[in-house]
Design a protein around this ligand. Sequence first.
Ligand code: C2O
Ligand code: CU
Length: 474
Amino acid sequence: MTFPLRAATVTRRGVIFGAAAGLASLSMAANRTLAASAPRRLIAAPGRQALGYGNATRLADTWSYNGTVPGPLLRYRVGDRLEVDFQNRLDEPTAVHWHGLRPPNAMDGAAPLTQAPVEPGGSMTYAFDLTDAGTYWYHTHFRGWNQQDRGLYGILIVDERKPLQVDQDILLVLDDWVVDKNGQLDPAFGQMHEWAHAGRLGNLATINNSADAAVQLTAGERVRLRLANVANAQIFALLFSGHIPVIVAEDGNPVEPRSLGDKLLVLGPGQRVDLVLDATGAPGSTHPITAYTLTDEVRLGRFVYGAEAGGSGLVGNDVKPLDGNARPILDLANARRLDLTMEGGAMGRMRGAMMSGRMMGMRELVSNGRIWAFNGIAGDMDTPLAVLKRGETAIVDIVNDTAFPHAMHLHGMHFREIARNGEAIDGSWRDTTVLASDDRVSIAFVAEAPGKWMLHCHMIEHQAGGMMTFLEVE
Ligand code: C2O
Ligand code: CU
């Protein structure tokens, strides 16, 4: 089936269900304990991680933070200070980026733009105040097409001052892996063919490292589901059969609670969504969680109900909005307008682009690992897309003039989508937005913090292949 990226029009009725539930109960339980924890030390090193294949588990060689994929859950309360001593025990340089958070520029981890990469054996302290509550994540920002795909990422939660009333707080981390028949990660990273297409797409999609995740619910509970798509390039459109979740935050930012209705929940690479879900199923029942990806329709997991009912009586109550994060005021009338046209890739119209200050043809670009461009420039990080004054409002009119979807991510600032395909919209504050082929999206933000802030496609192979630039705020 073709990928339902324009998910607003895809309804439950238009969807065919995947394989029936009822696989062996050996699959890994998906619920992770979300106890408050803020380890001081983060060590990037090779390790091994169990990946669950329904009724079997295999140990894959990965790269990870503190030995697990995802790395340790970093959990704080808004207003806390993050302080992490990072050590690099890989045999290549790396850096840690705090996706969706708004640290000072020097702490952003976007090597080599905002810091020198941390060399093998080296270390660095990341420290900054956490001003925004929500669900975030951290990941390598150096050779991510290799490092992130091997597992160098983790989840970071900043709790609201006034916590949301739920019976369970459940984290669902979406990834996809390219594995061989022995369950090892396919070592063929950096293939131009993948880079020029949709990126490195996996053949094993997982929730919390399981291809058949059992998410344990108790009938009568109200739960908060935190979803994060940490895949390099995959888009997930999820269907929670038998349940109608309410969206309460997107990319960490609280939204006016709205029911998902019978739509699919679409998460592009880098995006997060927080849901409130009432466990209205019967004790003992199971309900599939289906994902439509760019390549496949898979049953990713199940809600598995325990035999007893329970919960604290919250089910059916109105879902209250989360505590808001402080937001700047957009001055749209006087905004600085910037154009950003995405070009290149397979079946693209690009014939050549600027790289290292000169025009190169496609053949030369490919031999330099660059096949995508913004405004005719293939990933040169010497010149900013624009220099903005601190406090100024900017609007970037993004045009996806390629044959592929992309997930545009801005560092250091949150934006609001104000128009999509010619229609004015009142989008939520986000840090990453998905554009289908030919989409035109306008994003607006206030240039809040000084420094160099990356703006790139979060399909990491596209980023590495030229879809990256930055904004400089003076
Ligand atoms: Cu999630 Cu530039 O990154
Ligand atoms: Cu892309």
